[in-house]
Design a protein around this ligand. Structure first.
Ligand code: FES
Ligand code: FES
Length: 156
């Protein structure tokens, strides 16, 4: 079945079953491999993208539920104000270790910062609690989100 989805500002027509997870459409059909597969069951956060600005687990999001929503992936998050601040802070604080979880971490952090320009520790913990990191980068992630929030005073 054909679906037209909007990804990073571009429309794409894809011919897949309606229950195909958005993750596999992004990776296998559109070749956008920045979004990672971890658990396939909404438990790890590796597959996080934004659907109309909301951090969403693409592994459990069937393509027929997406409709005309705006999907944003790690490939384009740096073009948003919040995403650019998050990515800069990630680099400044050298957050990444193996990197596997980090696309999802950055997408969750960017959604948080876009909706809350001065998140508290509790806000950060709540927003990031579904993103698992086997390398244990949690403290640097929290510090980087705080730095990104301080970098403008406006959020965005
Ligand atoms: S792969 Fe989607 S939450 Fe783990
Ligand atoms: S940086 Fe390795 S799993 Fe998070």
């Amino acid at each position: 079945m054909a679906f037209v989805i909007k990804v990073n500002g571009n429309s794409h027509s894809v011919d897949v079953d309606g229950d195909t997870p958005l993750l596999w459409v992004l990776r296998d059909v559109l070749g956008m491999t920045g979004t990672k597969f971890g658990c396939g069951a909404a438990l790890c956060g590796a597959c996080t993208v934004h659907v109309d600005g909301v951090a969403t687990r693409s592994c459990v999001t069937p393509i027929d539920s997406v409709g005309s929503s705006e999907i944003t992936t790690i490939e384009a998050i740096g073009a948003t104000a919040a995403g650019a601040k998050i990515q800069k802070a990630w680099l400044d604080l050298e957050v990444v270790q193996c990197g596997y979880c980090q696309s999802g971490q950055i997408m969750s952090a960017s959604a948080l910062l876009a909706s809350n320009s001065h998140p508290t520790d509790a806000d950060i913990d709540e927003a990031m609690s579904g993103n698992i990191c086997r390398c244990g980068t949690y403290l640097r992630i929290r510090d980087a989100i705080k730095q990104a929030a301080q970098s403008s005073g406006q959020g965005g």
